[in-house]
Design a protein around this ligand. Sequence first.
Ligand code: ADP
Length: 342
Amino acid sequence: MSLTLNQVSYRYPGTTQGLHDVSLDVRSGELVAVIGPSGSGKSTLLKLVAGLETGHSGRIALDGEELSNTPVHHRNIGMVFQSYALFPHLNVLENVAYGLKLRKVPAVKRLRRCQELLDVVGLSDYAARGIAQLSGGQQQRVALARALAIDPRALLLDEPLSALDASVRGHLRDQIRAIQQRFNATTLLVTHDQEEALTMADRVAVMKDGRLLQIAAPRELYEHPANRAVAQFVGLSTLLPATVCANDRVDLGFAELAAPTGARRPGSAVHVLIRPEHIVGDPPPGSLNRLIGRTGAKRFLGALTRYDFEVPGASQSFLADSTKPASESISIAPEHLLLLDD
Ligand code: ADP
């Protein structure tokens, strides 16, 4: 099953807020994560696909079949929300069986399917438990089993891990991804947690102000962000204004550096993006793109130390990751200066 959004726009009545001309597709069995700042339209996108909001323009289709005219309960889409939204008066097994019962699946078949799913989410021994007797992580696994029980055409996950402790979150993230792959479920995941998106997704869609800025595989997004907004939202970086001053040279005001300028003409305004792992501490004198300065704040991260490096005249410090912070200079290889057009 593939999910396709084609030029989807939506406006909340009486406002200018919503979605603007969003086109994206989730291929069969793919997990696409949607990230973006609060208010960027992530939940709106999910609600439109689920049918919880209606009245958009453009097309939302599952395997080419337009969804607009299909009511929520006939879309056969599995959903897992941030609030576990389980039925508190039903036990674990009854919760998982809920959708199957609605669809009038015979009892024997229903039981077999539920047992299979509880096994997949590692809760076979909890079938008769009440929901209140489960931890948050267990409740979310029940919600996932319930969503998958109906053999959904697509799976929508809305911040499924955000209410959980960090220690549970990491583990459950891996579990959800493994189960999603095992079921080959076409999945749209909304999260505010970029690490979650980058680690779980086949592709990540970045939204801002109701628009889709870029959709790409995690590494592609990190290494080749389409613009400054994506660069700032995905991963850590130093982003500095600069002007192309000659072929393969940029002027940052406080220094001139070698960088691949491509087809840009001298005088073009750009921003230079540098990822922390690409900053080399204390290179030999005479190294290309060497900058003299001093180390500022340091944060110990175990294997690495993340530090600020202050260069006189620069409007902000450079953010660097290294096993050993620089003492008096840094350098960045030209190919690691990524230029983004203003
Ligand atoms: P996100 O999930 O990325 O935080 P939302 O999709 O919830 O963003 O919201 C997108 C925009 O639509 C925001 O500006 C938000 O204020 C607005 N919005 C969300 N829900 C409603 C609503 N029910 N009525 C009016 N505006 C809304």
